[in-house]
Design a protein around this ligand. Structure first.
Ligand code: BGP
Length: 476
């Protein structure tokens, strides 16, 4: 069938991939870097916190991106990436978090990384905090429960803004900021299990993050008015399990666990529904003079991860299962991934429209992808590869729905799929859950050569980018 010429993404669409420092870099204690909260979760988000961190665990060396970034960036460039979303590890720059002066060696690594991206015509997007803070800040200060975190964060982001003001335009203040509700240590360095955390303490920590985020928007725009500074939420919409009004309301309320965070960032104030929740749950925030003013510094765009949708019901007898950090009620209409995440391409069109209708701000899909078990095989030419048609199918169906959303009128700036090269998973801390277009020879037990191999999806994504999305609609 002939290619439908008209089906293309906007000409300036930012195609690429997304990584997080703690899941790819390795070199955990190199060049002055110290432990972070990510190191204290060696077995993933749901396991016990381990302090001090273990001697060996998977994330400690990860895929050694710290030493191999040039090789990896060359592969991203070969696919035609326009953007790479990275996070900068706070503890490389301020190893304890409360120092006055940054660690020059840590900054030099990021200078080199950013320069290498730019030399390959790949625009960096920087997540300022992606699920890790210096461990010292969690142990000594209680993480974000402590107001002093706002000052430490201010020093960290100001250092980065000033250093990269002419090289980086796109910034995100916090990764998946709403995840703190279900993973308080992962999201805010609070040493408590999700079901044991004191709600007063949790929402106070969230308040500190909101103030810090507003401050980051303000300072960033003062340093460079052209900066695009966004927020980032984990966006898994809830559908009512049945059409009963109780289930519809249950889904509506659960959605607000995500919308609350986007509402504050886009509208600059606490919404009425959360104030009711605070009142009914005896939560009184300690709001200092100027906090609410800082929160009025709203974001330039809203970004989100989208992996799946959930269901909600008012029926307490329906069993829930774990999805991406949150738990979910099974949707009988959807298939699941190897890790039980429900696959729902239409849900992406749904959330894009929902967010754009609600905020009228540009959107960015900064994570999406399929975590799957891959088998490395030899192809006809004797090269190692992975025949990952399942991944291609997942990505293709989601991108087609994103295209439809753009036709619906949604302003979508770009798409950075999660883990374009295999990295250590966040939830389970395993290598076996792979998202990449590039296979990394590393196993759950830490063995492997770390060699990189192009999967079938590598060539597929290259063509998607080359044709600006047109190949998604080609019948093959
Ligand atoms: C998001 C995180 C990422 C990433 C991704 C996939 O919640 O922002 O850091 O890991 O989910 O999750 P996992 O690695 O557990 O498959």
């Amino acid at each position: 069938m002939k290619k439908e010429e008209k089906k293309q993404y906007p000409s300036d669409f930012l195609w690429g991939g997304a990584l997080a420092a703690s899941q790819c870099e390795g070199a955990t204690l190199e060049d002055g870097k110290k432990w972070t909260t990510a190191d204290a979760m060696p077995y993933g988000v749901f396991s016990d916190i381990v302090i001090p961190p273990l001697e060996t665990y998977l994330k400690k060396d990860a895929i050694d991106f710290y030493h191999r970034y040039k090789e990896d960036i060359a592969l991203f460039a070969e696919m035609g990436f326009k953007m790479l979303r990275i996070s900068l590890s706070w503890a490389r720059i301020f190893p304890n978090g409360d120092e006055d002066k940054p660690n020059e060696k840590g900054l030099q690594f990021y200078d080199n990384l950013i320069d290498e991206l730019l030399a390959n015509n790949i625009e960096p997007m920087i997540t300022l905090v992606h699920f890790e803070i210096p461990l010292h800040l969690a142990i000594e200060y209680g993480g974000w429960t402590n107001r002093k975190m706002i000052d430490f964060y201010e020093k960290f982001v100001t250092t980065l803004y000033k250093r990269y003001k002419d090289k980086v335009k796109y910034w995100l203040t916090f990764n998946e900021i709403n995840v703190v509700l279900d993973a308080p240590f992962n999201g805010a360095g609070i040493q408590a299990k999700p079901d044991e955390v004191d709600k007063q303490v949790l929402y106070q920590a969230i308040h500190h993050q909101f103030v810090a985020s507003g401050l980051a928007v303000k300072i960033g725009h003062e340093i460079n008015p052209d900066f695009m500074i966004g927020c980032m939420v984990a966006n898994s919409p809830y559908y009512p399990l049945t059409p009963s009004p109780e289930d519809v309301w249950a889904a509506f309320e659960r959605d607000r666990e995500t919308l609350f965070f986007a509402d504050v960032h886009a509208r600059g104030k606490y919404p009425g529904y959360i104030q009711r929740y605070f009142k009914e749950n005896g939560i009184t925030l300690d709001i200092k003079d100027g906090d609410l003013e800082l929160m009025k510094n709203t974001v330039d765009y809203i970004s989100f991860s989208y992996y799946m949708s959930y269901c909600a019901t008012a029926d307490k007898n329906v069993k829930t299962e774990i999805g991406n950090i949150k738990s979910t009620v099974k949707n009988p209409h959807l298939q699941t991934s190897d890790w039980g995440w429900q696959i729902d391409p239409k849900g992406l069109r749904y959330v894009l429209n929902k967010f754009y209708d609600r905020y009228q701000l540009p959107l960015f899909i900064v994570e999406n992808g399929l975590g799957a078990k891959d088998d490395l095989v030899l192809d006809e030419s004797g090269n190692y590869t992975v025949e990952d048609d399942y991944r291609i199918e997942y990505l293709k169906s989601h991108l087609q729905e994103a295209y439809e959303a753009i036709q619906d009128g949604v302003k979508l700036l770009g798409y950075t799929s999660w883990g374009p090269i295999d990295i250590v998973s966040n939830t389970f801390s395993k290598m076996a859950k792979r998202y990449g277009y590039i296979y990394v020879d590393k196993n759950n037990d830490g063995t492997g050569t770390l060699n990189r191999y192009r999967k079938k999806s590598f060539y597929w994504y290259k063509e998607v980018i080359e044709t600006n999305g047109n190949s998604l609609f080609e019948d093959k």
